[in-house]
Design a protein around this ligand. Structure first.
Ligand SMILES: Cc1cc2nc3c(=O)[nH]c(=O)nc-3n(C[C@H](O)[C@H](O)[C@H](O)COP(=O)(O)O)c2cc1C
Length: 218
């Protein structure tokens, strides 16, 4: 099968590519408008882009349900320049899903979904009290490509549930957190508990193994 995505309708690109770029991490985002209404929504066009400084990227698409065509998250981040990303774990799934509904702009998903908010440390946007991890972010740049707002943020402050942190080794027990990933289609998710470990490859080790294999070859 060959598909020319430069000519195919956008929806096809979404359906095919979002089924192939999986599992995707989910940024569960709080943002705030000028009246102080806190918006909550999940975004799986999301990843960590660098660590020095720590940079995250989000892809926020358009909506037909607001007059300016912007999702509340995109508008709030553009105007306020701040947001908080929370990890989504297995017990959060249904609550997270509810916050993806197209609530009107002035109506907070946090209240509707029973999410407890607490003040953040480095930004004015509150964070979810019960999240296993929360990353307070400041907007660096929005790159508009077609109808997507590629939103780059710098992580200023991290909150992490003590149960998952090894303070001696500065290590996160991610394998115990039961973080969810997003899969193909609009309603499929993956657990992150089916793991295998493989130490990082090195060229020197590979060459030594190859040369050793050649020496012993008959
Ligand atoms: C798991 C999940 C991931 C999503 N990822 C994205 C995404 O990456 N980009 C996007 O524009 N919308 C995404 N959505 C849809 C938004 O969450 C949805 O449009 C939401 O209503 C936006 O809310 P807002 O207008 O309050 O910002 C996702 C929905 C779900 C359930």
């Amino acid at each position: 099968m060959e598909l020319n995505l430069a000519q195919d309708p956008d929806d096809l690109a979404y359906r095919l590519l979002s089924s192939l770029v999986v599992p995707r991490p989910i940024a569960w985002i709080t943002s705030m408008n000028e009246e102080g209404v806190v918006n909550v929504a999940p975004f799986s066009f999301f990843n960590l882009m660098g660590d020095d400084p720590p940079i995250v990227a989000l892809g926020i698409g358009p909506t037909e349900t607001s007059p300016d065509g912007l999702k509340d998250t995109a508008r709030n981040i553009r105007r306020g320049g701040e947001f908080v990303i929370h990890v989504v774990t297995e017990p959060d799934l249904e609550t997270m899903n509810l916050t993806s509904a197209d609530f009107p702009s002035g109506e907070s998903e946090a209240a509707a979904a029973g999410i407890t908010l607490v003040p953040s440390t480095a930004v004015k946007v509150p964070r979810m009290a019960d999240a296993m991890a929360a990353m307070e972010c400041r907007l660096e740049q929005v790159v508009e490509i077609g109808n997507t707002h590629v939103t780059l943020g710098r992580v200023l402050h991290l909150h992490l549930d003590d149960r998952f942190y090894d303070a001696e080794k500065h290590y996160v027990h991610a394998e115990r957190m039961r973080i969810l990933g997003r899969m193909h289609g609009r309603g499929w998710y993956a657990r992150t508990t089916d793991l295998r470990e493989l130490p990082r490859a090195s060229y020197a080790a590979w060459r030594a193994e190859r040369d050793g294999a050649q020496e012993t070859a008959p």
